[in-house]
Design a protein around this ligand. Structure first.
Ligand code: URA
Length: 234
């Protein structure tokens, strides 16, 4: 299905409306700190294409003790699938089953992810599956900012080695981390973003779909969008 391109006048109108709303709320400026500017600068900066392999990145991680998540983990969950995949799924972090088996998305949420992958005519072996953090956060809590900051360079190196065409960010933590935003996943999903020259599509996390099955319809819309984009991507 062809979508009509949005009219630039209405896009700018929306932007103006947003700025007016900020002003009404008393906002007189924006956070343009060095950290914020660096995030914006990174949007279009290509990931460094490294000659390194996933094996060398895994070796670098070693028996990682770089953050507190190492204390309770059983296995580091590095990632699994095709090292040359054009499509990568990024989740949040290992849960109990993944921690015990050392493989990403092998529990109940993983079963649903496998079905989603099959519904778009891929298999777990043809795509690559990984997470924002590689060790299980206790009680499946969200990973903390310092845990994410410590682990993210390895994910970036993995993406640099794989060089996928499309990334699907599963859930709030993956989408917000990769896009450097705190916008809700319900607002982020449904469209592509540029992630260092790679097309990134945020969608709901399969664990959330298990709790809110009515959202499966939205994920299916996202997957149809993904298939269209993937088919036309170089
Ligand atoms: N949830 C995730 O985000 N990742 C996994 O690997 C499993 C469950």
């Amino acid at each position: 299905m062809e979508t009509t391109p949005p009219n630039i006048v209405s896009v700018l109108d929306n932007l103006l409306h947003t700025f007016r709303e900020y002003r009404q709320k008393g906002v007189v400026g924006f956070d343009c700190s060095e950290v914020a500017r660096e995030r914006v600068a990174q949007w279009h900066r290509p990931l460094v294409r490294t000659p390194e392999t996933l094996e060398t990145i895994r070796e670098d991680i070693g028996d990682c003790r770089r953050c507190a998540l190492c204390e309770q983990r059983h296995h580091i969950v590095f990632g699994a699938g095709n090292p040359n995949a054009r499509l990568v799924f990024v989740g949040e972090g290992p849960g109990r089953d993944e921690d015990l088996q050392g493989e990403p998305f092998v529990g109940a949420a993983g079963e649903l992810l496998t079905k989603i992958i099959q519904a778009i005519k891929f298999t777990r072996e043809t795509v690559y599956i990984c997470n924002i953090v590689k060790c299980r956060p206790p009680q499946n809590r969200n990973p903390l900012p310092d845990e994410i900051d410590t682990c993210l360079p390895f994910l970036k190196r993995q993406l640099g080695a794989i060089q996928p065409t499309c990334i699907v960010a599963l859930g709030k933590v993956a989408a917000q981390t990769l896009l450097g935003t705190d916008q809700a996943i319900s607002r982020l999903r449904g469209r592509f973003y540029d992630y260092h020259g790679i097309r990134l599509l945020p969608t709901y996390h399969p664990a959330y779909l298990l709790r809110s099955p009515e959202k499966k319809r939205d994920v299916w819309e996202d997957m149809k969008l993904l298939m269209r984009e993937y088919d036309h991507a170089p």
